[in-house]
Design a protein around this ligand. Structure first.
Ligand SMILES: [Zn+2]
Length: 304
């Protein structure tokens, strides 16, 4: 005779978050001095073909991801956004204008965030509950943005990189997902970009430019180290243009910006395939569901 299993619920298996910031090569902060927002429409587009390649890879590997869509892109490539959602992925907001949050006023931030959330919700006919700032620009100087996200009905955010960097970062903020206390007695689930502790330093282990810069063995080792306890989910990000060595070149950008942008574009896709083959990935919402925050106290981040 077989016995029914005891009713203890097993925790959901851990899933790391696979995320894509849906924007084109001419939107990046590194080229902001060379290409003005008013000129974006003059550059050849690559966002559709490269996002489609990522969608095909995710279908082939049978994983779902979260796509942070820039409002400017959503407005022009509505069919692409509809296709991402139809293929079962999560749609989140990457703001409208790709301007750094700490260079905006709270009023500017609020109005563009409302606009981009509405745009996406009109396209996918579903609430959009997740947000990521352009270039991780929620820092100690722009923590008011978290209050506004809470007010606008966002449930989670993934805009804080807990490292030192020339353009972003809150170096001593938590490294695992946490509840951030925001205004009005609300909380916002914060999923910080993944880092790995190496000899007391926090090394970025979340993808993007570092994933192209580091040898794959190092990226893999850092990702493994960041997730070694088996209970803390990690978050990985890339941009569609990062898998495209044939994208148009932008003249006039600084040597550092060009190096960061064009380095190892031809290696990114095969590295991504290897990472997906080794680690379990899902959407941000799947990933947060696999992580227990029920007994955690909201964290009050201190403004600058
Ligand atoms: Zn971006």
């Amino acid at each position: 005779m077989t016995h029914p299993q005891t009713s203890v619920t097993a925790p959901a298996p851990i899933r790391h978050a696979m995320t894509v910031d849906v924007e084109d090569y001419y939107h990046v902060s590194a080229f902001a001095n060379v290409i003005k927002p008013s000129q974006w429409g003059e550059w050849p587009t690559t966002v559709e073909r490269n996002t489609q390649r990522l969608l095909d890879l995710f279908d082939e590997k049978q994983i779902k991801a979260t796509f942070f869509v820039l409002g400017w892109v959503a407005e022009r490539y509505t069919d692409l956004i509809r296709d991402i959602a139809a293929r079962g992925h999560e749609i989140a907001s990457h703001g409208y204008s790709h301007q750094l949050v700490y260079r905006q006023t709270p009023e500017e931030f609020r109005s563009e965030t409302v606009r981009s959330k509405q745009l996406l919700e009109d396209i996918v006919q579903k609430p959009v509950i997740g947000y990521r700032a352009a270039s991780y620009s929620i820092t100690r100087d722009s923590l008011w943005a978290l209050d506004i996200l809470g007010e606008l009905g966002f449930v989670w955010d993934s805009s804080i990189f807990p490292v030192y960097h020339d353009r972003y970062g809150i170096p001593d903020s938590p490294t695992a997902p946490y509840l951030a206390a925001v205004s009005g007695g609300r909380t916002l689930l914060e999923f910080p970009l993944t880092t790995a502790a190496v000899m007391g330093y926090r090394m970025p282990a979340a993808g993007g430019g570092y994933f192209r810069l580091y040898p794959y063995a190092l990226s893999r080792g850092l990702f493994q180290r960041a997730t070694a306890n088996g209970t803390t989910p990690a978050i990985f990000y890339l941009h569609p243009w990062e898998i495209d060595p044939d994208q148009p070149r932008v003249p006039g950008a600084s040597l550092l910006s060009r190096f960061r942008h064009y380095n190892n574009l031809d290696r990114c896709l095969s590295r991504l395939q290897a990472l997906i083959d080794e680690f379990p990935f899902g959407t941000v919402s799947d990933s947060l569901r696999s992580f227990d925050l029920t007994n955690s106290k909201p964290v009050q981040l201190a403004a600058a």
